[in-house]
Design a protein around this ligand. Structure first.
Ligand SMILES: [Mg+2]
Length: 370
């Protein structure tokens, strides 16, 4: 399992339907495909999503840090020595998704070499994972139609509603419309991506108090320290740290200092290694954890499925695994299937995310394609 080469490939695929939320809008995915090859010919892969509005990373910065900083450190090391590899990478601060991509590719190499699927290496907690679907900004009727279509077509009954608009009654109307349409047949939770301040968030909580909301994610900026704590202290609904808790240390700080009462865990920014630690922290402290989505392609989603199926504590809630439904195409050779509201974990060795080389040639942006 000695690392021989590291390849980073920028690619672009349009969205079938743009996803809009309080902190940004995604019209096309401009991701980076990472391939780490070992001397015995095993190729571990990861899909890396640049999210400049959340982590400050761009497609070009991810390519630069991996090819010029991380790759020279990795070549010649064993993929098994993740501790040493992370120690070396952490000499460079930040770069969450670039580091996570390296970690995911290493686990893929381990799985393929040991001939085991990654979810079993992570703990083998479940064979399949319940899916939560994210509904982006739209009018109430459109959002209800979208949720109904997804429920009918895929059997999904848990919805994360993107909120955070002003005036906030726009979003309250959406949540009320969803609850009135579905009754108690669906679970609803909210993600404001820091769109409101603490006072507005408190008024939103009052306005939706009869609508059975299960989580309230990043209602206001965690950097507004006292406002955030006042909100968390007064909320009956768990307040989820997402972009405020991209690392184990951030999650520990936010949870133990009253900035959050639940945490979103994302493979795309934590890899499997750090995600395992965050889940263990949440379990030990008795706060809920949700497997989140970084607007992942199907290749990226394979990692989230592996984590959600691998770790017991990750299975307490439906995982956000369906953003790829909004994408026009994907690099994956064997598309994921959502059936009866769940995705079955791959039994292929590693991540089970084989790349369609024709599609890679079509979508790659480095001049080596069609
Ligand atoms: Mg979020």
């Amino acid at each position: 399992m000695i690392i021989d080469s590291v390849e980073v490939i920028p690619y672009r695929i349009p969205m079938r339907k743009p996803l809009e939320f309080a902190s940004g809008r995604v019209d096309e995915i401009d991701h980076v495909l990472l391939r780490i090859q070992t001397t015995d010919g095993v190729v571990g892969i990861a899909d890396i999503p640049p999210r400049p509005y959340t982590y400050g990373e761009t497609q070009q910065s991810i390519i630069a840090v991996i090819s010029t900083v991380f790759a020279p450190l990795l070549v010649g090391m064993s993929a098994l020595d993740r501790g040493a590899i992370h120690r070396r990478m952490h000499r460079t601060v930040g770069n969450f998704t670039a580091k996570a991509g390296v970690d995911v590719a290493l686990w893929d190499i381990m799985g393929q070499t040991l001939q085991q699927p990654v979810h079993r290496l992570l703990g083998g907690a479940a064979d399949s994972v319940r899916v939560s679907h994210m509904v982006g900004f739209a009018d109430p009727l459109k959002m209800v139609d979208e949720a109904e279509r997804v429920r009918e077509q895929y059997g999904i009954t848990t919805f994360k509603v993107k909120v955070g608009r002003r005036p906030f009654l726009l979003d309250v109307d959406v949540v009320r419309a969803l609850r009135e349409h579905f009754g108690s047949a669906v679970e609803l939770y909210l993600d404001a991506n820091r769109g409101w301040n603490a006072a507005e968030s408190m008024r939103v909580l009052d306005a939706v108090s009869d609508l059975d909301i299960t989580f309230f994610e990043e209602p206001c900026d965690a950097a507004e320290i006292l406002g955030r704590r006042r909100l968390v202290a007064h909320s009956r609904v768990p307040v989820v740290a997402d972009e405020s808790a991209p690392s184990l240390a951030d999650a520990a700080r936010e949870i133990t200092t009253g900035g959050a009462t639940a945490v979103s865990v994302k493979v795309a920014r934590s890899g499997f290694s750090e995600a395992q630690k965050i889940l263990a922290l949440a379990e030990g402290l008795g706060v809920e954890a949700i497997i989140g989505n970084q607007i992942d392609s199907q290749v990226g989603t394979c990692g989230s499925v592996a984590l959600a199926a691998g770790v017991n504590y990750a299975g307490r809630h439906a995982a956000e695994l369906s953003n790829f439904l909004d994408m026009a195409d994907d690099l994956i050779a064997e598309p994921l299937q959502i059936i009866d509201g769940a995705i079955t974990a791959s039994l292929q060795p590693g991540l089970g995310a084989k790349i369609d080389e024709d599609k890679l040639r079509k979508y790659r942006q480095d001049g080596k394609g069609n």
